[in-house]
Design a protein around this ligand. Sequence first.
Ligand code: SF4
Length: 535
Amino acid sequence: MTRPILDVHELRKHYPVTEGVLRKEVGRVRAVDGVSFTVDRGETVGLVGESGCGKSTAATSLLRLEKPTGGRVVFDGEDVTGYDDRELKRFRRRAQMIFQDPTSSFDPRMSVGEAVAEPLRVHGMRDRNRRRAIVGDLLDRVGLDAADFDRYPHEFSGGQKQRIALARALVINPDLVVADEPVSALDVSVQADILRLIERVQSEFGLALLVISHDMGVVREICDRVAVMYLGEIVETGPTEEIFEDPRHPYTEALLGSTPIADPRRRGQGTVLTGDVPSPSDPPPGCRFHTRCPAVIPPDDYDVSSATWRAVLDLRLRVETEGIDLEAVEEYVTERGEAGPDAVTEAIREEFDVPPELPDATAERALSSALDAVVAGDREAAVERLAAAFPTVCRQRRPGFRLQGRDLDADQWTAIRSLRTWLAAQCNDDPQSVAALLAERESAGRRSADRSSDRRRQEDAGTPAERRRRVREAFGVPDRLPDGDAERAVASALDSLLSEDYEAAAATLYDAFDPLRAAACHLEADAPRDAPGDD
Ligand code: SF4
């Protein structure tokens, strides 16, 4: 394996929320919040998740149609996040996007031939006849006709317009195409045709393709690998078939559960999600999926089923966020011909699918006490009692991203990825020297580091052992990784790095760590990292 054409590392796109005439920032919408994945040459990768999970923003940010808030996007040896306008223009020759709605992506006054030829003109091809010949050939290749050049968008169906959009994306011979929901605006009858066309064109042109979709069926049809996104983060990645056959993250399972499955043995195994998708301006602490996860982890000492635990947690979250509308519950109870605190408590339990009595006596006592506070209108006490009695690790700690089959914790994997992405960004005609790298990486840390250790580092900078140690330190890679294969790969990459053979160093790390399966869930992890916002 060679290094991928695209390596996205910890990509972030936040939008400020402002208030007042001075537009003071009072919050942030974290649309994309630390997303990492790779796309190889000739590979199709799917970025999948519900509407609003940030996948389209990830696409527009990595293509620099919007400026990312943070992270690295390495495209064929260069970090595009720092590109100026001239470099961006060059980048856009090589990385194209197809949008969801083919109708709105064309100017109705421009013939389809002119629309498809426009990128050629923008990038300097002045010869009209040559442009016409290239476009005619492409229209043929996407299943239309060269004679369609002079027709207008309104003369074509949605499926035909998406073929034209594909021709426009291909006209300047890109290396990467990002297709944002390429078939979701089309009739079901033509979706399969367009997917087959995309697949054929992808292999004919040897493209790297990133498909953004909410539809697991689409992803399964054409993608080699999948990254599943939830609320601005990737929660699971892996080869498509493995993800479909054996999802490791509860959110992936839920997405699959909502997808029609041809295999009759697996029908009806779907998980139904409860609760609303939280706002990216105020994402839940810990695991962002904990407000909806059917597998959310109960405290060790409670003996309750997962459905009951989910119900109790839903009740707890409602009391904390909106509170319980006691008037509405009392009205409902009266309509049923009942009255009194016990009837209200019973109605609240029913509303949240909490059994009349929990099977675990300790849990039942705690819940009853919290519900007494709710019924008495003392929300503060109810919140406190529920938080104390019903904690979950899923809310207390953010689950790290763990590689399957590797003895690496999430921080170690992030550190290796960070080193790998930096190496990939040096595989161009103008790489930095190792000394420049170390100076850049250490400059921030130096402000707080004590001067004697700083001096010692400079004195020892020339010895290979010290330089290796400094590179590890600069990227947060431990001196010795617990996983033998990982340690050998990193050591070999560092040898190549010290001889400034960045290509070999990057390839070693990509070979050793891709394609691997990974998921961010406490059910997978042994040593989750702490995050702000604990209970
Ligand atoms: S950490 Fe895993 S089990 Fe816990 S809420 Fe998140 S997805 Fe569910």
